[in-house]
Design a protein around this ligand. Structure first.
Ligand SMILES: [Zn+2]
Ligand SMILES: [Zn+2]
Length: 116
């Protein structure tokens, strides 16, 4: 598994071997920033590469965008799931009939949010 350290200056170091990576980062910190970092400090900066793991966008809907004053918000992994949950809420709480028009309105208020 690839390990990554991102320096605050924008430099990025990657290596599969923790020891090698620590060496790289320590060398850079010394040369570029005149900083002496300990192994532990560098380990704290280390991230496991999440490449390949698809970044999941969460779909978010705030009911209040549609129904004034409603505090309910919904999130789901897919638009269909979100529409299903929001539809149930609209029917139960607001007594709305779920029409294609309403679904379109709701769809227009769905936001995407980065999972992180
Ligand atoms: Zn740097
Ligand atoms: Zn609501």
């Amino acid at each position: 598994m690839q390990k990554i350290v991102r320096c605050s200056c924008g430099m990025q170091f990657e290596n599969e071997q923790e020891g090698t990576l620590i060496g790289l980062v320590r060398g850079h910190a010394r040369d570029a920033h005149a900083l002496e970092l300990s192994d532990d400090q560098i380990r704290d900066l280390m991230e496991i590469d999440q490449q390949g793991k698809e970044r999941t966008m969460t779909k978010i809907l705030a009911c209040g965008d549609i129904m004034d004053g409603c505090p309910a918000t919904f999130s789901a992994a897919s638009e269909d799931e979100l529409l299903a949950v929001a539809g149930m809420h609209a029917a139960e709480v607001h007594g709305l009939e779920i029409t294609p028009e309403l679904v379109e309105i709701v769809r227009g208020h769905i936001h995407e949010s980065d999972d992180r």
